[in-house]
Design a binder for this molecule. Structure first.
Ligand code: ATP
Length: 299
């Protein structure tokens, strides 16, 4: 299990993370969302052992991550700009990682090079951004990591490659319980593979939730009453948003569906529907609740 407990990290002129708590269960795919400068990369680098926390603790299975070679052998970090040794081909990089990672899988490496049709003789720095990223995935997955850490992984990949890479990730999660942490500022990019989502904003973790919980916890309700809407109808429940559309009141309410039904029925509405919410809507309303427009992580 991965745990961040009250983690803070500052740089000379910026507090990148403040008292962040985060838990990631084994075999989970965790989407870390946040706008530019929210602190995502800093969090990923702390988990990769590249940075040391100023305060709090970052642990994997109760062991501190920083300078822990045993843990580093089990994780692979693909940064937003993958780094390769100068003049190296993918074969050279494979040799390099083979000497570092104890679980290196040569057969898988060769198969992936073929599947992605990568020229093994071509220098990596001559590849396009998208191809370099594919090579980083091939190398990362060949280390057979327990934990795969991805910073904006789909940037520059075409839809077919995205789909293939997502399938490979899901396969590893299903077959050998690999854990994955994916950062993105685009919810749509990760919502189909993540089972858990956390939102960082200005160094603070705003929401951390299982996607299914998030979906079952927030409701869109359409209401109309004979004599206008009763003012206290949602008293005691968490009203995230409401708007009038003619005589119909549209509300977004957080809470237990049965409680909401019981409460609303007491007021004898003439229209009462509970409608499904998209994940995107849930995030917009949840974030409205904490006073921040989340638009830019949804575009
Ligand atoms: N090496 C560094 N030196 C100084 N400040 C840094 C460093 N790394 C990050 N920061 C600062 O920490 C804050 C968080 O940055 P970080 O890169 O973690 O955010 P991010 O969510 O990954 O952003 P983006 O989506 O734009 O990549 C920013 O204010 C940034 O300027």
């Amino acid at each position: 299990m991965i745990k961040f407990e009250n983690v803070s990290k500052s740089f000379e002129d910026a507090d990148a993370l403040e008292n962040v708590n985060l838990t990631i269960n084994k075999g989970s795919i965790y989407g870390l969302l946040g706008s530019n400068g929210a602190g995502k990369t800093t969090l990923l680098k702390l988990l990769s052992g590249i940075y040391i926390e100023d305060q709090g603790s970052v642990t994997i299975n109760d062991q501190s991550v920083y300078e822990n070679t045993m843990i580093k052998d089990q994780l692979f970090f693909i940064p937003d700009h993958p780094y390769f040794l100068s003049q190296y081909t993918i074969t050279h990089m494979g040799q390099f990682y083979k000497n570092i990672y104890s679980n290196w899988n040569e057969e898988r490496f060769q198969n992936l090079i073929k599947a992605f049709q990568i020229d093994p003789k071509r220098k990596l720095h001559r590849f396009s951004k998208g191809l370099q990223r594919q090579c980083a995935f091939i190398l990362g997955l060949s280390t057979m990591p327990e934990l795969l850490i991805l910073d904006e992984p789909m940037d520059g990949l075409d839809p077919v490659v995205r789909k293939n890479i997502k399938s490979l990730i899901i396969e590893d999660v299903a077959e050998r319980e690999m854990t994955v942490l994916i950062s993105s500022h685009n919810l749509r990019e990760v919502e189909d593979i993540c089972d858990y989502v956390g939102i960082l904003h200005k160094g603070n973790m705003l929401i951390e939730k299982e996607l299914d919980d998030l979906k079952s916890d927030v409701h869109k309700i359409q209401l109309a009453f004979k004599d206008g809407s009763p003012a206290d109808i949602f008293k005691g429940l968490k009203l995230l948003h409401s708007e009038k559309r003619g005589s119909v009141l549209l509300c977004i309410v957080r809470g237990n569906e049965a409680d909401i039904r019981t409460r609303v029925k007491e007021y004898e509405p003439v229209i009462f529907d509970i409608l499904p919410l998209t994940l995107e809507e849930i995030f917009i309303y949840e974030m409205e609740d904490v006073g921040y427009a989340i638009k830019n992580i949804l575009d």
